[in-house]
Write a protein of this length. Structure first.
Length: 351
């Protein structure tokens, strides 16, 4: 089967890439080893910001800030085209102690990010937004298909067929696929997809477990963050509690220990949770990379192979900006950002 571009992975990055290529008139096929949008893009909480941006490098905050800035228009266009509302909402994020208030204040002042140090000793980032991941993925899939994109599920890559310094085809469990260009955006599975062409890429699965509760109305006005624990209120009363950070390979099972830890810590912040039944408990596999910096760009040895992966905790946050960077490289368009940090991963460099 031929296409202008073959994309591996139907998460936020893969479908976002497909969408932009289709808008430019390309013929696009997306292969997904499982179900569309059913891995980390679905499993995450949808906070459109690094948890505490002052704890991250400029390479992370620059990309996530660009992604967050592009997101309102992205979400609105998807809603208008498909009728599916991704529920983009500026809800603000309240940060509970412990934290270094001076570090936070200096970083926010330097980056023109609004920050309020409240009388109760907490910090408020009033402009942090959120999106509802499952709805975003449904909207992306619908839009890709509306524009003529082909999505093939339950289709696992087995090998890359190279010919004179470029990729001729991918062989898969459902046949061989050729294209002019190939994009790997397979999240935690990206290194396995690249196989012997992975070079020094350091992308591995990192499990995160989440809990879901349901109130009759939102129990919180803002996202709440304390350390690595967050509580995310949805507009219909659902409340997400997350998340763990576990290096257990490709194991997506849930554990009682994680449930008890997340619930007990959340109840200290929101005592009303003690009377609430658990609605759902799930796990996802983040595509972990050193320092949370993804690799975006052309393969150093194969001229028509590209990678857009390794976004770790912030794939949805960085999605629109990452797609922009990749499409600029594919089309020779000047970049809006310094992209050097997002290309160093091919060489396994500390970034």
């Amino acid at each position: 089967m031929n296409a202008d571009t073959l994309i591996i992975g139907a998460g936020a990055i893969g479908l976002g890439t497909a969408l932009e290529l289709l808008k430019r008139g390309a013929k696009v096929t997306v292969l997904e080893r499982g179900l569309t949008g059913n891995e980390s893009s679905w499993a995450g909480g949808g906070i459109l910001s690094p948890l505490c941006p002052w704890d991250y490098s400029d390479a992370v905050t620059r990309l996530s800030s660009r992604g967050a800035a592009l997101f309102p228009a992205w979400a609105l266009a998807l809603h208008e085209a498909t009728g599916i509302d991704p529920e983009y909402e500026i809800s603000g994020m309240q940060v509970l102690p412990p934290f270094d208030v001076q570090v936070a204040q200096r970083w926010c002042a330097a980056h023109e990010v609004r920050l309020h140090h409240k009388e109760d000793g907490t910090l408020l980032l009033p402009d942090v937004a959120q999106v509802r991941n499952p709805r975003l993925m449904r909207a992306l899939r619908a839009r890709v298909e509306m524009l003529g994109g082909k999505i093939i599920e339950q289709c696992e890559v087995r090998d890359i067929v190279e010919e004179r310094g470029s990729v001729r085809a991918f062989t898969t469990s459902c046949g061989e696929f050729s294209a002019a260009d190939f994009v790997v955006s397979a999240g935690a599975w990206s290194k396995q997809v690249l196989g012997r062409y992975a070079m020094q890429i350091d992308i591995k699965p990192m499990r995160g477990q989440m809990l879901l509760f349901k109130f009759s109305a939102p129990p919180l006005h803002h996202i709440i963050l304390q350390g690595d624990l967050y509580l995310i209120p949805r507009r219909d009363g659902h409340l997400l509690v997350g998340s763990t950070l576990e290096e257990v390979g490709f194991d997506k099972s849930i554990t009682q220990a994680a449930y008890e830890s997340l619930r007990q810590r959340a109840e200290l912040i929101l005592p009303q949770l003690r009377d609430m039944p658990l609605i759902q408990h799930w796990a996802g596999l983040r595509p972990a990379s050193p320092h949370n910096i993804p690799t975006i760009g052309r393969h150093p040895q194969l001229t028509n192979l590209y990678l857009n992966s390794g976004h770790f905790r912030y794939g949805v946050t960085m999605a629109a900006a990452s797609v922009e960077i990749l499409l600029n490289e594919m089309t020779g368009t000047p970049q809006a950002l310094d992209v050097a940090p997002y290309q160093a991963g091919w060489r396994g460099q500390a970034r």
